[in-house]
Structure formats: structure tokens, C-alpha cells
Ligand binder design. Structure first.
Ligand SMILES: [Fe+2]
Length: 235
């Protein structure tokens, strides 16, 4: 008897897929709604929790229950990570501005979250809640933007989707995944809007290299949508 085969096989701890997966999920959504969704990154308040004089990160955050009929927005709350997963901001309840109603209730966010959920690389048992972050990192010739100043880390969730919304005039921002011994297992630069990495946050760590402006540019921008999946307290 081969005991090795008795062990249930786990899927790889991450998947990466091209933009066609998400764009295919909203084929019936008007182009104007997709445009409104992506342009909402132009109106993100500065992240007040960064130790820099000039803000380089801008964001909004809301949480939702994953209901049969779609996303149910939950009361606005602070974003919290334990100090052992975030050495820079861990242990602090960070209050960010909520998502705009048009984004939170719109068809594009719902399609993205549903599609990510369907492709989660592992068991979805008990996972009924998600946190949605809209994040813009700006790099200038004077100051690079650091999407993850905490370095190589875990987010403290079950699964995390990292969706590129746009990168404009930037260099860098290489996404790197690591096994639990901190050995790199995957490297990728997300370039096409809606290219996505979806990872099991308990089985891999992640980091991203700093963002600098492209050659001959004064400033560059990288917009991301992050979706955290986890079991909520409301059952
Ligand atoms: Fe992270």
C-alpha cells in the first residue's frame, strides 16, 4: 500500500492568470461601468499611516459578506493586521476611507470577487467574507513608491487576490512569492490590466519590489485591487 497517495493532495498555493479571466466575467457589463470602476482609483485619499512627509500611497477599504445574491456590504471598520504579520503597521487599527458606493455596489467588483472566489487555490469551507482594498502607489523622480514597506510578509488572511488595475510610467513592482522557509517560488511583473495573482496566504509569503518612474518620466502610477478572503464573525 502506498501511504503517500493516501495524503490528500493540496493544490499549488497560488495561481496567476491573464486579464481574459476577469474581463470575460463582465462581458454583459457596459464599457462605461468598467471605465467608471477603473477611474475610481483617481479619487483615493492618501494613506495616513505611512511614515513619510509626502504621501505615496492612496487607498480605500471596505468589507463585504459573500452572499448568494452577491456582495453585501458590511459596516465600515478599521483594517487590522497582527504585529507578527505586519512589522510596519501591525497591531494598529488603520481606518481608511470606504469604497465609493458606485464601486461597492457596481457590477465589476461583484464579478471580480465572484471570479476570484471560484478560483481560490484550496478549500473555501467557512470563507464568507472579503476585504477589498483599492490602492494606488505613486513613484516620482525624487521618491520611489514602496507598495509593501513591510517587506516579505503574509497578510493574515486565508486567501488574497492581487489584481492589477493599471501600471503607467513605472518600472519595478515585481511580485515575488516565497515558501514558508522564505525561498522564492514565483516571480512575476503584472503588466496587463486585470492580470491577477491569487494566493493562499497561509502557505506562501509575498513581497513586491519598489516602484520607480519609467525612464524620462517624472512620475509613475501603479493601481491595484486587493481582495482578502477569510471566515467572518457573522454566522
Ligand atoms: Fe500583502
Amino acid at each position: 500500500m502506498n501511504h503517500v497517495s493516501d495524503v490528500p493532495e493540496q493544490p499549488p498555493p497560488f495561481v496567476q492568470f491573464g486579464p481574459e479571466v476577469l474581463t470575460g466575467a463582465w462581458e454583459t457589463v457596459p464599457v462605461s461601468a468598467v471605465k467608471e470602476f477603473t477611474e475610481s482609483w483617481n479619487d483615493l485619499p492618501a494613506d495616513g499611516h505611512l511614515p513619510t512627509d509626502v504621501p505615496y500611497r492612496f487607498r480605500r477599504y471596505s468589507t463585504f459578506r459573500l452572499a448568494a445574491g452577491g456582495l453585501e456590504r458590511l459596516p465600515h471598520t478599521a483594517f487590522f493586521q497582527d504585529a507578527d504579520v505586519n512589522a510596519v503597521n501591525g497591531g494598529v487599527h488603520r481606518m481608511f476611507a470606504p469604497l465609493e458606493d458606485s464601486v461597492a455596489a457596481g457590477p465589476v467588483l461583484s464579478a471580480i470577487v465572484t471570479t476570484l472566489y471560484e478560483r481560490i487555490p484550496g478549500s473555501t469551507a467557512g470563507i464568507d467574507t472579503c476585504g477589498v482594498h483599492q490602492i494606488r502607489v505613486v513613484a516620482t523622480a525624487d521618491a520611489e513608491g514602496n507598495p509593501a514597506p513591510e517587506g516579505v510578509h503574509q497578510d493574515g488572511h486565508h486567501y488574497v487576490g492581487q489584481v492589477l488595475i493599471q501600471r503607467d510610467n513605472v518600472r519595478g513592482a515585481e511580485s515575488i512569492l516565497y515558501d514558508l522557509e522564505r525561498r522564492p517560488v514565483h516571480r512575476a511583473v503584472l503588466r496587463e490590466p486585470f492580470e491577477t495573482i491569487l494566493l493562499d496566504d497561509r502557505r506562501v509569503l509575498h513581497g513586491v519590489t519598489p516602484v520607480t518612474p519609467a525612464a524620462d518620466s517624472r512620475a509613475g502610477v501603479r493601481d491595484m485591487l486587493l481582495v482578502d478572503f477569510f471566515p467572518g464573525p457573522h454566522r
